[in-house]
Write a new protein. Sequence first.
Length: 551
Amino acid sequence: MKYHFTYLMALMLIFTGYSQNNNQQVLVENSKVKPKLVVGIVVDQMRYDYLTRFYDKYSDGGFKRMMNDGYDCKNNHYNFIPTFTAPGHASIYTGTTPKYHGIIGNNWYDKVEKKSVYCVNDDSFNPVGTEDKYSFVSPRRMLVTTVTDQLKLHTQQQSKVIGIAMKDRGAVLPAGHSANAAYWFVGKDEGNWVSSDYYMTELPKWAQDFNTSDAVEKYLKTWNTLYDINTYTESGPDLNNFEKGFKGKETATFPYDLKKLSKDNGNFDILKETPFGNSITTDFVLAAMKGEQLGKDDVTDFLTISYSSPDYIGHNFGVDAKEIQDTYLRLDLDIERLLNYFDAEVGVGNYTVFLTADHAAVHVPAFLESLKIPSGYFDNKTFKAQLDAFLIKKYAAADLVEDIGNFQIFLDRNRIAQLNLNLQEVQQSIVDEIIAYDFIERAYSAHTMHNTSFNGGIESLLQNGYHQKRSGDVLVSFNAAVISYSRKGTTHGSGYLYDTHVPLLFFGKGIKTGSTFQKTDIIDIAPTISALLGISFPNASTRVPLEFVLD
Ligand SMILES: [Zn+2]
């Protein structure tokens, strides 16, 4: 009898085991089916704590849906300096830092061309759909491939890749070198979505139709808070001393009559500085989804979206403003609108989304000062004057500094050679001099960057942001909460946590439900998405996939 029982048990176990294996096999097979669409969402200047601070006021279908049904990496950071828009976007999609992808700033001093260059400016290509003299654009200063390029290579160019953002750099860098299109917004008198002949000779009909409709103009209306302003208890008083506001309005307080204010604030450009910029971006994204039939066949398409407006609004009003709270409550509804559209048109479970930011931002230092928290303002003019005086005294030369920008000093190497000076020595003498200046916390020479391998701290962030060919001769880091900016509004760029800590949410096909406080870096995203798609990693990617988020 006993024997019989055990025998039955064994049979049952074998049977259960067998059926479990069978289920597993079905799961594995399902997970091999690629998502029809991958969507990368970057929110320009979104701090991690905007997810938690405004959590109770968010709808169930936007940020919260991604946080609760997807995977929430709560301790995700930039691992390089400077934390600016162009290096941020390039790093998300290349899976490496400026050290390798070469996008060392939004603008930087080009040592060969001997002039300041813009990250996506390229005079060999012409604007499409605009008369704007700044829209000569390509991704060619980015030196390596993106995850979007790798998808194109993997599918013999059958995948469609489209980048959309109000800022050209937010559209062009994520879409990569081989994209079908990148679109950005020209405000001014135009109010149109435009592109470059790097991608196309004319705008597709759906984009032309969008531009000729009243889709943009209808947002030149009054910006008031979405809900009763008295319920916005997660932000400071509307009237305070730390916000810039708009030209033509005395106080930075609600409501804002945008039609009236547009005349003094760049016409359609004013929309970029309001949450309606996010809605216009969402409207255009949905028009692109429909016009290009993205996610409609079995070849994976990739849509990159960057919401630029939160950055303009953050610079203007700061981290604690009612305007910021309103922007995120409204963006939440735009995200919900996007997800609902993907559910309906691509299908629940057929698409994958990730959401992150290109950098975060510091509290307005003048506000921190009022709370006795260490902070301050670095004055570039005084710095330049002090440095010049030192170089004249030490080397009897007033013209050794060619440029100062992105926390780097560029020296005139020809002049140094002419004067028979030793470059390394000049670099080090500047480091030793400026470390005594107010608000300069650390300084390193390019020589040190070449000859030391840093494994942690601010110095390793500087090293990850240092490109041997493009970067300057001396690298500087300020004290915490010190910025070079006006006393109203705020900025970003440092390696402190207020600038590096950004959201990272994965959601949809192939993604587990869960969350972690384990530290992740921004450059982990591209290899993770590559792994999900079963494609090669971007060619200079310096990380491995976040296995724990993948199903
Ligand atoms: Zn910014």
